[in-house]
Ligand binder design. Sequence first.
Ligand code: ADP
Ligand code: MG
Ligand code: MG
Length: 254
Amino acid sequence: PSALRVENLGLQIGGATILKDVDLDVAPGSLVGVIGPNGAGKTTLFNIVSGIMTPTAGRVLMNGEDITTMSVPARARAGLGRTFQTSSLFPKLSVLENVRLAAQVAVGRDYSLFHFPSRAGGAKKDAATQRALHNLDEVGLTHKLLTPAGDISHGDKRKLEIAVLLAMDSKIVLLDEPMAGVASGDVTGLVDNIRELQERTGCTVLMVEHHIDVLMGLVEKVAVMYFGSIIAFDSPAEIMANPLVQSAYLGTAA
Ligand code: ADP
Ligand code: MG
Ligand code: MG
């Protein structure tokens, strides 16, 4: 079955149509971009898929299973991971502590703030810590282990979020504008991180990104959202050449 399937999804809020007849079929292990003007419904779609919002029509299937009414934690345990447009890190916890919290879930422990290795050193390397250190090495953040997450650069925060997703063993990863606010020199590194995340774990990735040039060469397909609907879903090259997409963007340019 598809890793993720969205069928006739609709959302009405107070008489306003936020999403309408959204269909999306994402193959396992693929990398998919989601583009569209501000307010098109991209974040709302991610909110419904991750369970933060309930649709008023349609359903969401993960690996063929209907998850439309499944709770957010149950979805996370089933392998659905996401990042938010605004950072979802714990700013006062260290880089290592943020990833270790996620790793604890994967190694089957309860969330706990009381079993962390001491900041003063002498870290006891239990399974969760080892896993966290490994994931932080993968994204290149081992030199920032004890720095509070709120104090690292924006680009490093995005890397840290990917380390969190790696530690959680996410099978489907939703990234909402991972490049937003990242210095242009760091974009290539982050694109590499995302590609590595997908290649190493075989996970399925959906990412909202405004700049199609970032998606070219990274994703296999791009979904274009416009006024609450998906108006095209095709390869980046086909999307670039699609007159419907061009008029959608030109129509909202000013
Ligand atoms: P995008 O991520 O594509 O920029 P959003 O999904 O954030 O767009 O928003 C889509 C539309 O839904 C916007 O018009 C927004 O104002 C509206 N919207 C989002 N969430 C709510 C909500 N909880 N209540 C009312 N309107 C909302
Ligand atoms: Mg439909
Ligand atoms: Mg958004």
